[in-house]
Design a protein around this ligand. Structure first.
Ligand SMILES: C[S@@+](CC[C@H](N)C(=O)[O-])C[C@H]1O[C@@H](n2cnc3c(N)ncnc32)[C@H](O)[C@@H]1O
Length: 255
């Protein structure tokens, strides 16, 4: 399924929001939507909706799938620091590309991340960072093996794997079942994907599905184990009636 010989082959790409991302030869896909932009995608599709929904929490555990360039983790820290929020945050993030993480020290991140440069360097060197407010752990290895080992229940999941078409193993019904197993009963999941296959995989694991809109980026998906107010609810049963061939991805189709 994966082609490790291509893993180190990446090209720097400038996104339309002025921030940098990479293009992966292995997955034949950029790490972020170059149209929406790396920073805008992180903030608008993941960090802002997730932290707004959990604004009353004093402590949060976040599963960031997968670490990549770390934008989602770093944008979370940036957002909390910018708004002087004291929420304690523990981020767990699987990633199998160790070389990429060690290279982040010299990656040109947006100026928004300048105040967390020391944290970026620590993670790049040690795959770990901890202070009074934040604990960040990179789970080095395959997400499908690392996630079932997590013993802490998570409040938020950032599902930011390469697309279902290019990395189907991280979008199957069985993979989402492993995520559900480590989720708190009111956990929410954010993802850029609006694909029916992804939404069905989540729905079949008990998640309610919502459309999330932000003026800066294209629409995305929020999945929640509890019903949410203030978001456009997607009726997946109706979707099934309208598109009877739509189905979730299954492990047996890819393993
Ligand atoms: C789209 S990028 C993630 C972008 C990242 N969230 C960010 O904000 O920069 C996908 C990442 O998933 C990693 N990856 C792909 N399949 C994986 C797997 N099965 N286990 C662990 N990491 C995986 C890739 O190495 C890549 O870094």
């Amino acid at each position: 399924m994966y082609n490790q010989t291509l893993r180190s082959q990446k090209e720097l790409v400038l996104c339309e929001d002025g921030t940098n991302t990479l293009f992966s030869k292995e997955f034949n896909e950029p790490y972020h939507s170059t149209k929406d932009g790396a920073l805008h995608e992180s903030l608008e599709k993941h960090v802002k909706p997730a932290l707004s929904l959990k604004k009353n929490a004093t402590k949060l555990t976040i599963l960031d799938i997968c670490f990549g360039l770390g934008y989602n983790t770093f944008a979370t820290l940036y957002y909390l620091k910018k708004h002087k929020l004291k929420t304690k945050v523990h981020i767990l993030s699987p990633e199998f590309d160790e070389e990429l993480i060690h290279s982040l020290e010299s990656f040109t991140f947006p100026t928004e991340f300048k105040d967390i440069k020391d944290i970026i360097n620590a993670i790049s060197q040690n795959l770990f960072y901890e202070d009074e407010q934040f604990k960040i752990e990179i789970l080095l290895g395959d997400a499908r093996e690392e996630i079932p080992k997590i013993r802490e229940k998570v409040d938020i999941i950032y599902q930011d794997a390469f697309s279902p078409k290019h990395n189907p193993l991280l979008w199957t019904k069985e993979f989402f079942s492993e995520i559900k197993n480590i989720s708190k009963e009111d956990a929410i999941l954010t993802t850029y994907s609006i694909a029916s296959s992804a939404r069905l995989g989540l729905y079949e694991n008990g998640f309610f599905i919502f459309l999330h809109k932000s003026p800066l980026v294209r629409a995305s998906t929020i999945a929640s184990l509890k019903m949410l107010d203030g978001f456009e609810y997607i009726d997946m049963e109706l979707k099934r009636v309208r598109n009877p061939v739509a189905r979730s991805f299954k492990d047996c189709d890819y393993i």
